[in-house]
Design a protein around this ligand. Sequence first.
Ligand code: NIG
Ligand code: FE
Length: 429
Amino acid sequence: MMWDKALPCATMTDLAILHCRQLVTLAGPPGPRSGPAMRSLAIIDDGALHVRDGRVVAAGTRREIEPALPAGTEIVDAGGRIVLPGFIDAHTHPVFAGNRAGEFERRVEGATYAEIAASGGGIRATVRLTREASAGSLLATARRYQDWFLAGGTTTIEAKSGYGLSADAEIKILQTIRLLHADARLRYVPTFLGAHEVPDEYRGRADDYVDLVVNEMLPRVVRENLAEYCDIFCEINVFHVKQTRAILLAARALGLGLRLHADQFSADYGSLLAAELHAATADHLEASTPAALAALHAAGVQPVLLPASVYHLGGTRYPAARRMIDLGMPVVLATDFNPGSSPTASMPMVLSLAATQLKMTAAESITAATINAAHSLRRGGEIGSLEPGKLADFAIHDCEDYRELPYFFGRDSTHAVYLAGRCVYRRHA
Ligand code: NIG
Ligand code: FE
């Protein structure tokens, strides 16, 4: 069950955003966008947005909107900046203790991600710290990261557990995610990633750990309504395909949607299973063959591309975004925010990488980061575009043209962010 209904952030008055040099609405037919449709953003020049009780009433030109506003409408002057739907970051790991800057330095000096993981570092190092951390300190750290997402113009994130790897520690993380959501500054869509790695005490006994996930963790997570999706790190030397299938089938039987870390390092390792099970998404796909992409496409699985993790790991093999778009796949872009492979919460940084490395146009990447991401989270009817009836989740960016978003890189252009019509972030002067 979704948590959204509980968000107390509807404004009880009318609100209008005027003087948007570009109001990028992404209005269009229902459903995720693919192929050439990824290039149409439905931009209104000198646009204005009318919001009531947290939802969009109308999007149009200032001349159309302004005269129809009721007396007492609160007016926000966008000052000639541009307005976009908030980014929807459909793959993040935002609750963990400590960080791995030291490990990063070892990688800079030549160690590989796999070597560090095999020697007990990597995900397991973060797990040790996260297990020790109190719920209060985890929440405080994750609130700091919440601001980083907002600073990039993001309004919804899919948030995975996965640094607990015991029933109690996984529940502690998911409860933290629920508290973060209740802050009503950023929307969180919770995903249970109990099978992110085999924890220290189960080394060499991965099947026993899979049993724990299936028989103990999943039922508890579902009983406590702590997740909408189940994800797994399917990879050689982590969870193999048979183990992954067992967990995903158990998750599905309990009503969870399915997402999958697939083909990050090993060719077609996870993607074919994602296709077989008609998962909602297959994420990473750096090592996928054309045949695997065709299978995902035929099965209606959305690809979630994470170029920032390739960048941060110093890799050169990026996912084949152009091939996916040409096939007609409704591509999604996300940060993969996590302490190991992708310590960035910035969707503008991801748009930059999508341009230079994935060869996606600005319009394609904005579509991938908004409406397509919304559909991958079963929220295409609520968020991801600025259309009448939808939640008024948007960001005002200090740009003159949407194409500046991937162009000026290393800079978050966000001026202000609104969640359900309420200002939740404003850039300091
Ligand atoms: O998506 N690949 C597995 N999980 C993360 C990395 C997590 C970590 O290193 O802490 C990823 O890249
Ligand atoms: Fe990930």
